[in-house]
Design a protein around this ligand. Structure first.
Ligand SMILES: Nc1ncnc2c1ncn2[C@@H]1O[C@H](COP(=O)(O)OP(=O)(O)OP(=O)(O)O)[C@@H](O)[C@H]1O
Ligand SMILES: [Mg+2]
Length: 355
């Protein structure tokens, strides 16, 4: 069990700064998920916590102890990689027990810990197999098992499920959630996957170009994004953004349509340009919308339970509208998409939230 704290943590490779002064405090037992575009520094930050990358400036502490100069094996962390990183010539049992055997733990203790982890991960029947005789999901469970037997204070996962097919991803995701529930350890998890981030996280860290854009519970980020970047990054399909102009009378104009400005006159002067955001799932949910917008339909994606209508506004801006029932809606048709003002978010020219 441990608090993980980063204070002005920085990482540079030569003259290139990759991580800029990151301040972050992950509470004891918390499940934190790092998300952000490719190359934003998620793996680098995780590897700095693991001790696999040095810290250029600032400090990282685990359980109150500064670890900048502590060896990875002494930090009480265990990391699970996307590539599993199992030893091909060893059996499941040998792979799982490897770290403990190197650490010269007594045999009885090793057997006990491997047995417990194997039971949790349902690997009991596979103990004598080699990695080549396992499915991708089973291999990843062995990699997770190898982390569990070390009884770490903090688990670190770097996209552990991205090599698995859709069904196994879901099953293994549930395993990881249960694992967190039963062990209660602090966990830090990197992913590209929206669903993994939203379902697993107590708190999500949104990173962009080596900086923390926002840090908070998933629903908080979904409901109250601080800026356009976070608003667009959390949620799938992403939030629709439209160019708006503030009219003098507390009215905002979007693609020729006018509706009440979703912010006070104080936060935006008449004539100023704003970005209006509405999520695809927030259209057409209410029989009495506050406003509607005209959409020319480009094409319709049917997902079974729901459909995504891809279209354009009068000024050509793209929009996605989610509807449960689209009937035989065809491209070329026009629809009115209704919404409630409470679901509208607005951002100033710098991308900061004004409502
Ligand atoms: N050893 C290195 N030397 C120089 N630059 C590096 C090194 N390792 C990583 N980088 C750079 O650091 C940045 C962050 O990389 P990192 O792997 O942390 O990104 P990421 O967010 O994990 O991306 P992805 O989602 O693609 O895994 C990238 O621009 C990368 O090119
Ligand atoms: Mg990465």
């Amino acid at each position: 069990m441990a608090i993980v704290e980063l204070k002005k943590a920085k990482k540079s490779y030569g003259a290139v700064d990759i991580i800029h002064d990151v301040d972050l405090r992950i509470e004891d037992g918390e499940f934190a998920v790092f998300v952000g575009p490719s190359g934003c520094g998620k793996s680098t930050l995780l590897r700095m916590i693991a001790g696999l990358e040095s810290v250029t400036a600032g400090e990282i502490s685990i359980d109150g102890e500064g670890v900048n100069h502590v060896d990875p094996s002494e930090r009480g962390v265990a990391m699970v990689f996307q590539s599993y990183a199992l030893y091909p010539h060893m059996t499941v049992k040998e792979n799982m027990s490897f770290g403990l055997r190197i650490g010269k733990r007594p045999k009885a203790e090793i057997d006990e810990r491997v047995a417990v982890a194997s039971r949790i991960l349902q690997l009991d029947q596979l103990q004598d197999r080699r990695p080549s005789q396992l499915s991708g999901g089973q291999r990843q469970r062995v990699a997770i098992g190898r982390a569990i037997v070390r009884n770490p204070k903090v688990f670190l996962f770097d996209e552990p499920l991205s090599n698995l097919d859709a069904e196994l991803r879901v099953a293994t995701r549930v395993e990881i959630a249960k694992l967190h529930e039963s062990l209660g350890n602090t966990m830090i998890y990197v992913t590209h996957d929206q669903t993994e981030a939203m379902t697993l996280a107590d708190k999500i860290v949104v990173l962009r170009k080596g900086r923390v854009e926002q840090f908070g519970p998933p629903l908080e980020l979904y409901e109250n994004p601080d800026n356009v970047f976070v608003a667009g990054f959390i949620g799938s399909p992403k939030m629709n953004f439209f160019n708006g102009t503030v009219e003098k009378s507390g009215i905002v104009r979007v693609a020729g349509a006018e509706f009440p400005a979703p912010f006070s006159a104080k936060t935006s002067q008449p004539g100023s340009l704003v970005t209006i955001g509405i999520r695809p799932e927030h259209f057409d949910r209410d029989a009495t919308p506050d406003a509607t917008i005209d959409v020319l339909v480009d094409f319709v994606e049917h997902l079974g339970g729901t459909s995504f209508i891809h279209g354009r506004l009068a000024d050509g801006e793209r929009i996605i509208v989610e509807r449960r029932d689209v009937g035989d809606l065809k491209s070329g048709k026009s629809i009115k998409a209704g919404f409630k003002m409470k679901d509208v978010r607005a951002f100033d020219a710098a991308g900061l939230r004004i409502r």
